[in-house]
Structure formats: C-alpha cells, structure tokens
Design a protein around this ligand. Structure first.
Ligand code: ADP
Ligand code: NI
Length: 214
C-alpha cells in the first residue's frame, strides 16, 4: 500500500476544495474516506482504489461547476498521472468517480465493481443521519430554497434534469432522496450503519412536523 500517494492525494484534495460549500467540503471527503475504509475492512477489495476514489469523488461536483460532468475526471486524471499511478488504476478510479452519483443511478448497470459499491455506500451514508440532515439544510440554504412548504408535495418521479435544478423544499429532499438511500445500500456493513441513521431522520421529521403544527 502506497501511503505516500494517499497522503499526497489528501493534500491535493484539501487544497482543491478550499472554500467549498460546507456539505461538499474537505470534511465531507474525510468522512466518506473514513467510512469507506470501515466498510472495506469487511470486504475483500483493492483498498488503494477505494481510498483514491473516496478522496477524489467530489473534486469538481458538477452542481458547483455549471453542470460540467467531465471536469472531475479531467482533474483527477491529471493528478494521478502526475503521481505516476498505473493506467489501469487510473481507469478504475475514474470509472468510480463517474458512476457514483445518486442522480446517475438509473444509467449504471448491475455489475458494478466492489470498490465502487463501497465508496457509493460511504457517500450515501454521509447523506443521511444527523450529518445528512445538516448537509441538506446547508445546501438548501446555499440555494435559497424554502425549508418546508405545507402545500408543495415531494416529486418522486423527477427526471435527472429536474433533479439537478434542485428547486424544491429541503424537507421534500428527504422524500426525494434521503429516505430512499437505506434500501439502495450495496454492502452488509453499509446497510447496518444506514439503519440507525435512517431511523434518526424519521424521528427528526416527526419532531419537525410536531413543532411546525404547534
Ligand atoms: P450526488 O452528489 O451523490 O449525485 P446529490 O446531488 O443528490 O448527490 O447531492 C448530495 C447532497 O447535496 C445531498 O445528500 C444533500 O445533502 C444535498 N442536496 C442535493 N440536492 C438537494 C436539494 N434539492 N435540497 C437540499 N439538499 C440537497
Ligand atoms: Ni460526496
């Protein structure tokens, strides 16, 4: 295991994400990296690919780059080539970065590499539970969306384009994405961790409505 490469990747990502929105900043990456390692311990996988993908997966999120879905791949390839990472590993990491996203889930096939499944679970775990709630309200605020509107129902059949516009209320985002993630977990460890975080969100929503309807 090449620890120097991982350390250099950490430094690179910290530098690239300086000033990023709080839900997609270095600390999001750090949590996803740690969760990925935790899940990877329970699976037989290529840990270096898992770590590199976790560290680079949000290096240039299209949400914050005018919808450009190729920028993250370009930046990651340039970095990995500069670090003399073998071509085969670069391809594996780029495939994961490209296919990890929730909004692309219908387009990707069933036979995904285990390393992708691990990082995807870790990324999804950071989208739920207490941290998930905090990130979601932060992003909603960043977009100047309403927290909640009693007369705007969630849209469960959004196209990718509609989803990307993220114009709904933040509470609706729970029904449109966050509460769906538990059943989309790939690994046993991921499912276990998701269960507790999912239940915490349900509890949060109960309390939210109770206080709203005081
Ligand atoms: P991915 O980056 O995996 O495709 P998303 O684009 O759905 O996933 O967004 C990642 C995180 O950004 C979500 O978990 C959530 O915290 C926040 N987010 C995305 N869209 C919205 C939205 N419409 N309202 C509030 N938060 C959102
Ligand atoms: Ni992420």
């Amino acid at each position: 295991m090449n620890n120097v490469l991982i350390e250099r990747t950490v430094d690179f990502v910290k530098q690239e994400l300086y000033g990023a929105e709080a839900g997609h900043d270095w600390f999001h990456i750090e949590r996803v990296w740690k969760l990925s390692k935790k899940i990877a311990e329970t699976e037989t996988c290529n840990l270096e690919i898992v770590e590199l993908s976790a560290l680079l997966h949000d290096i240039a999120d299209p949400k914050f780059h005018g919808g450009d879905e190729t920028l993250a791949l370009k930046i990651s390839r340039e970095f990995l080539e500069k670090e003399n990472v073998p071509e085969e590993s670069i391809d594996q990491v780029l495939f994961i970065i490209k296919n990890i996203s929730f909004k692309n889930r219908d387009e990707v096939s069933e036979n995904l590499p285990l390393e992708l499944k691990i990082v995807q679970d870790a990324d999804r775990l950071d989208a739920i539970g207490a941290i998930g709630i905090a990130r979601t309200f932060n992003f909603g605020g960043f977009k100047n969306n309403l927290m909640y509107h009693p007369e705007i129902p969630p849209k469960l059949d959004m196209s990718k384009e509609e989803y990307k516009r993220n114009e709904g209320t933040t509470i609706n985002h729970f029904y449109e994405k966050l509460l769906l993630l538990k059943d989309l977990m790939n690994t046993k460890k991921g499912k276990e961790i998701a269960e507790e975080r999912h239940n915490f969100m349900l509890q949060f929503l109960d309390q939210f409505y109770k206080e709203w309807n005081v």
